[in-house]
Design a protein around this ligand. Structure first.
Ligand code: ARG
Length: 278
């Protein structure tokens, strides 16, 4: 039922596309499911066709979000729709701002370039705040605590981060797991486009361990037999939404919305929808 209302709204919206569409009255959901993971190309699609920066669109009522939907429970595909904690938070923020939301899916290491070039307004992708990234984008207030953990086979001799010396370690390209793995002495780092591909490689015995964020790690270990997560985390970190550098106006708006979502308990509700307490 809800779906058909959205579809009708979308149709009306299409018809009225040259007039004032997508303002606070019309909350059309344009989850760009058709935009398959395809690097920066995906972001170039519709947005650049309109000839202007996504950032200026924000004023006209549309927010373009980029993510890498290979990261359950934060973002993943369900019958070709991008769902998850980040997608829900972004929708809630867009609702608060009275804006339309479009979600584009791309490689994780294309997200920051997409924001920098103005193809996207923001990235919500379980993105860890770090100093290096802060040089290229601004971050909102944090909305989740996270950690990098180590996945190994159940019978592995790797029992702590110290045991990773000289091992074959799988990571998702450009993630903080990738960055930390780089520091492991004599580590043989294998980079994958998707975290799940690293996990597959581990189950096939091609690598010894995977360094990845805790919540997706839990999902992947549940879905694949014979794996476990080491108790000792590699690092603790925090997630925030990335926005174009010096777009303080949008950062402020997002921070206000995030604060409201935290205070009203709505944020926790979203988390609880996707992460069940152990
Ligand atoms: N938290 C890690 C980072 O920021 C991994 C995020 C991966 N996110 C994703 N949607 N694939 O580097």
């Amino acid at each position: 039922m809800k779906k058909s209302i959205i579809t009708i709204a979308a149709a009306v919206c299409m018809a009225a596309v040259l007039t004032a569409c997508g303002g606070s009255q019309t909350k059309t959901e344009t989850t760009a499911a058709a935009t398959e993971t395809a690097g920066t190309e995906a972001a170039a699609g519709e947005t650049s066709a309109e000839g202007s920066e996504a950032a200026t669109e924000a004023a006209g009522g549309k927010l373009v979000m980029v993510t890498n939907a290979e990261f359950p429970p934060y973002e993943f595909r369900e019958s070709n729709e991008i769902v998850g904690i980040d997608a829900d938070i972004a929708r809630a923020i867009a609702d608060k701002l009275g804006m339309e939301l479009e979600i584009q899916d791309m490689a994780f290491d294309s997200l920051i370039p997409a924001i920098q070039s103005g193809k996207a307004d923001f990235a919500a992708a379980g993105m860890t705040v770090n100093e290096d990234r802060k040089k290229n984008v601004d971050f909102t207030d944090t909305y989740a605590e996270a950690a990098q953990v180590i996945i190994v086979k159940e019978d592995s001799d790797i029992a702590s981060p110290d045991d990773l010396t000289g091992k074959k370690i799988g990571v998702q390209t450009g993630t903080t797991g990738d960055i930390y793995a780089d520091d492991i002495e004599n580590g043989d780092i294998q980079r994958f486009n998707k975290g799940m591909e690293a996990v597959m490689s581990l189950t096939q015995g091609k690598i010894d361990a995977v360094i990845i964020d805790r919540e997706p790690a839990k999902v992947f270990v549940k879905e694949n037999e014979g794996l476990k997560i080491l108790d000792e985390a590699f690092t603790e970190e925090e997630y925030a939404i990335a926005i174009k550098k010096d777009n303080t106006e949008l950062v402020d708006k997002f921070n206000t919305a995030i604060k409201e979502l935290k205070e009203s308990g709505e944020l926790q509700k979203i988390v609880d929808k996707y992460i069940t307490a152990e």
